[in-house]
Design a protein around this ligand. Structure first.
Ligand SMILES: [Zn+2]
Length: 453
């Protein structure tokens, strides 16, 4: 565990000192459920009862129907979530990079104005070496939700009344499990969740190592894929029940009073729904990769049950938190506070490696990294079965408009070398070579075929 007992003073522009007698700043609870597709959440219309707790929580909250990640990759997405900068601004576009020491992180901003900051995370691509731990009084990793819960309940205050709290909780249990050579399990969760949605007559999964299942194209027939999706859904149900348990304890301790609570995901999951049937990857630039749940409960509980259609992005979270917590806006950030009236025609964009996308609903433009730009109209073609090449300048001009006059931003720095064991751990999580191989719209003739969901 890393402890930073002394808050570091940071020369961040626009910080507002906490004045005696002022209204206490709200606590902030930000939960990132890694790999949770929006369309597998009940409140987003999923037919299975995967998320009974989150569905009830959504009734007390604002629900953003069109929320997008800037990249269907844990690292780049969380870098945006926790800085408010777009990928080409924070620069964490590829492995091997760490935040510039000059790039302000959300926890640093909140710590500097007196928040007690607690980061609980699954250590894979999120780690201290990249700078993710900056600004956290306690930055503690866990292996699963069970351990996360134990850390949460022991590290959180027993009662309200202390300094405002910032909790960042990253849960990895919906993500595919670390590969084991003697196991064919890709998505796993404890019973009674694991087989909750698996039909009694479900097609047996091939008894192959999980890594082979994950990486081999066309290995699963549609019935076997259904079985696998049911296991993924079981893991969602498991996480939902943990959240219910923890929220009940947070409530008992009074920690949800005057708290801004945000539940979201860093990206979705491919689930082998495209024509080649490959499981590998988090969905690339298809909607199953980019569309994430985003549920925001305001500290005063106002606007409960409101559903918002305007497109929003993970880069809006930091501006929202600054605004709700009474900190001055930061002109370096391009996101909007989610409490504002949001424009329907705003430009959402993202990038990873040399690939990128831009979306002005319902028009979506994707450059897979080769300079060709493919266009999809999501209102006519929601499953993205057809796209066509357009002038690459259309994507470029949307990104330029989204950036406006902001920047330049501090460049990332190289991360220290990893040990062989750390490299193997990342490969076991399915991260090795993912950038080159991941499904992207139009990246292969097969990938343009008959998607299903
Ligand atoms: Zn992730």
């Amino acid at each position: 565990m890393m402890r930073n007992p002394l808050p570091v003073f940071l020369a961040l522009g626009g910080l507002v000192a906490c004045s005696p007698g002022a209204t206490p700043r709200p606590s902030v609870i930000l939960i990132s459920i890694d790999t949770l597709r929006a369309d597998h959440v009940g409140a987003y219309g999923y037919e299975r009862d995967t998320t009974p707790f989150l569905d009830r929580f959504a009734e007390q909250s604002l629900l953003f129907e069109r929320a997008f990640t800037p990249a269907s990759w844990t690292l780049t997405a969380h870098a945006t979530m926790l800085t408010g900068l777009q990928p080409d601004e924070h620069g964490i576009l590829a492995d091997g990079l760490a935040f510039s020491p000059e790039t302000p992180l959300l926890a640093e901003r909140l710590q500097a104005v007196g928040y007690r900051t607690l980061g609980l995370f699954f250590r894979g691509l999120i780690n201290e070496e990249r700078g993710f731990g900056r600004g956290f009084d306690v930055f503690q990793n866990h292996r699963n939700a069970e351990e996360a819960g134990a850390h949460l309940l022991s590290l959180l205050p027993q009662e309200s009344g202390g300094p405002p709290l910032f909790l960042f909780l990253h849960l990895f249990d919906v993500h595919s499990q670390p590969f084991k050579p003697d196991s064919s399990i890709v998505y796993d969760s404890p019973e009674p969740h694991r087989n909750r949605f698996v039909a009694p007559d479900a097609a047996p999964l091939p008894e192959l190592p999980s890594q082979v299942l994950w990486e081999t194209e066309g290995l699963l027939d549609p019935e076997q894929r259904e079985h696998l999706v049911a296991l993924y859904d079981g893991a969602i149900h498991y996480v939902d029940t943990r959240l219910e348990q923890w929220f009940s304890e947070l409530e008992r301790r009074g920690l949800l009073e005057n708290a801004l609570v945000i539940v979201t995901a860093d990206h979705g999951e491919a689930l082998g729904q495209r024509a080649n049937g490959r499981l590998h990857g988090h969905g690339g630039y298809y909607q199953e990769g980019l569309h994430v749940p985003l549920i925001v409960r305001l500290p005063d509980g106002s606007r409960a049950g409101e559903r918002i259609q305007a497109p929003v992005q993970l880069g809006d979270l930091v501006p929202t938190i600054l605004e709700v917590c009474g900190l001055a806006p930061d002109a370096r950030l391009g996101g909007l506070s989610l409490r504002e009236a949001l424009p329907e025609d705003r430009i959402i964009d993202g990038a990873r490696g040399s690939s990128r996308y831009a979306l002005r609903w319902p028009e979506k433009y994707v450059d897979n990294g080769g300079g060709r730009v493919l266009h999809t109209d999501l209102s006519r073609d929601p499953l993205e079965r057809a796209n066509r090449e357009v002038d690459a300048a259309r994507l470029q001009s949307l990104v330029e408009r989204a950036r406006g006059e902001r920047g330049p931003h501090p460049a990332p720095i190289p991360m220290g070398a990893r040990s062989l064991a750390e490299e193997q751990q990342l490969r076991d999580l399915g991260y090795g070579g993912e950038l080159d191989e991941e499904l992207l719209p139009g990246s292969s003739p097969a990938a343009q075929g008959s998607g299903e969901r």
